[in-house]
Design a protein around this ligand. Structure first.
Ligand code: COA
Length: 197
């Protein structure tokens, strides 16, 4: 059965009425931002981003932009990486196919990855300054690969003229929120997903 779902900010004036109507909160998510205004804080942020990439390279990983030739590797990494990830109606991740990846550049999407030898082990995807998703292979997590691919993607966007960035995720996904905060994002919005049982 398809449940009626509302996704709204925790400040939305419609929230009390929906709760009064029997809707229940089934998920919480966040939106975060990072803006580079050109001041000293921006240059510190840039140094930080470069540092994440350099640290990963120093650990022997290749960090580079991905393209259609990496489509099969992206599909394989995506397929092995989401089973243990908490989700909400507002943050569903649709599995990525190689055919999707081949369309990315025509839709303005850029992807940056981390390779351990021939194996793709981390990936960050986004359009302009909007982060779509980040994923690291389960056996490579907690070693700075997430922050490195996010930083590489951001540095690519900055080079293309982007100055403001946004990201979002499920509140229960502590790893994702900690990673995005480690990169320097600030949580600016809280979203609730409501359904009526
Ligand atoms: C979220 C994800 C991409 C993070 O990648 P990662 O390579 O493990 O993260 P990093 O090693 O770069 O860690 C960055 C920060 O996140 C935090 N972090 C990492 N692993 C964590 C864990 N298991 N629990 C809590 N915080 C964690 C730490 O604050 C870390 O900073 P630190 O090293 O200074 O302590 C990875 O866990 C993943 O692929 N998860 C599944 C997919 C997903 O949830 N994607 C995000 C939604 S778009």
């Amino acid at each position: 059965m398809l449940l009626e779902t509302h996704v709204l900010q925790d400040t939305d004036p419609d929230l009390p009425d929906l709760l009064g109507d029997g809707f229940e909160v089934v998920g919480e998510s966040w939106g975060a931002e990072l803006a580079l205004d050109g001041g000293a804080a921006s240059s510190a942020a840039l140094d930080r981003l470069r540092g994440f990439v350099e640290t990963a390279r120093g650990a022997g990983l290749e960090i580079r932009e991905l393209d259609a030739r990496d489509a099969a590797a992206i599909e394989a990494l995506d397929a092995e990486s989401w089973a243990d990830v908490p989700t909400t109606p507002a943050t569903v991740h649709a599995p990525v196919t190689a055919a999707d990846v081949r369309d990315w550049s025509s839709r303005g999407r850029r992807a940056f990855g981390a390779l351990d030898g021939d194996r793709l082990v981390g990936l960050c995807v986004g359009s302009a300054g909007d982060n779509d998703f980040v994923v690291v292979a389960p056996d490579h997590r907690g070693r700075g690969i997430g922050v490195a691919v996010v930083a590489a993607w951001m540095l690519g966007a900055i080079e293309a003229g982007e100055r403001t960035f946004s990201a979002g995720g499920a509140s229960q996904n502590a790893r994702s929120l900690a990673m995005i905060r480690a990169v320097g994002f600030r949580v600016t919005e809280r979203w609730l997903s409501l359904q009526r049982p």
